[in-house]
Design a protein around this ligand. Structure first.
Ligand SMILES: Nc1ncnc2c1ncn2[C@@H]1O[C@H](COP(=O)(O)OP(=O)(O)OP(=O)(O)O)[C@@H](O)[C@H]1O
Ligand SMILES: [Mg+2]
Length: 226
């Protein structure tokens, strides 16, 4: 079943008198439990596209159905709330809060959603053990390696049971070994949690392990046949 269906997304930016078309009728369908990769050269529109799919940005035209709701028709608090419970997001830089410990960072989405902690105890244990960060929980982000920080960011993105995880070049700042490890862990979580994942990547090895791969070319998405 499709959990994400974006149709004919158009996004334009006005810049110094002329218009830049970042997305030109980009469409994607992602089914529940899939690990889908999006590749494409720098500037082709990948980040713009997943931001729109995640409800972090709005298109000029086109529609996004996410988890059964048309998020392109949601605005303000309603959009913020729906996005908050439906979406997890991981960025290239971990974006952890510097003065909070790994534990506090992971729990942050629950604070924001005003959810009660005890119900998440099991989820927390599972994520921390799967991502092998149990012995780093009391540390600040500055005391973590790049790979560890990104694994903490993934735990934070998944703690509130989002229906879909978006990741924008999650291994872009990591060396080969750490990148492979993070992708392996994400694939394991996809299997154990049946977690749907949409991952933007420049890394062919990551794309090779995805269920399906799309290429962004000048703001248009093409599914790669294999
Ligand atoms: N806020 C903005 N204002 C103006 N132009 C923008 C803005 N954000 C993105 N663009 C332009 O839209 C196009 C697509 O950018 P985007 O960041 O989505 O590409 P990308 O595929 O993610 O690139 P990269 O691989 O380098 O991350 C580029 O031409 C970019 O300059
Ligand atoms: Mg980008």
């Amino acid at each position: 079943m499709a959990i994400l269906e974006a149709i004919d997304i158009i996004k334009q930016y006005k810049r110094a008198g002329h218009t830049v078309t970042a997305l030109n009728r980009a469409s994607i369908t992602v089914n529940e439990g899939e690990f889908v990769a999006i590749m494409g050269v720098s500037g082709s529109g990948k980040s713009t596209f997943i931001n729109i799919c995640a409800g972090l940005d709005t298109p000029n035209a086109g529609s996004v159905m996410l988890g059964g709701r048309m998020i392109t028709s949601l605005y303000g608090d309603e959009l913020t709330q729906y996005r908050g419970k439906t979406v997890g997001f991981v960025f290239q830089s971990h974006k952890l809060i510097p003065h909070l410990t790994a534990y506090e960072n992971i729990m942050l989405p629950l604070h924001a959603a005003n959810r009660e902690f005890y119900k998440h105890e099991e989820r927390f244990k599972l994520l921390v053990d799967s991502l092998d960060i149990r012995n780093r929980l009391g540390h600040l982000p500055s005391e973590l390696s790049g790979g560890q920080a990104q694994r903490v960011a993934i735990a934070r993105a998944l703690i509130h049971y989002p229906r879909i995880l978006f990741a924008d070049e999650p291994t872009g700042n990591l060396d080969r070994k750490n990148a492979d490890e993070v992708i392996s862990l994400m694939l394991e979580l996809r299997d154990s949690l049946k977690q749907t994942m949409v991952v933007v990547t420049h890394d062919q090895k990551t794309a090779d392990r995805a269920d399906r791969v799309y290429y962004m070319e000048d703001g248009f998405l093409i599914e790669k046949r294999r």
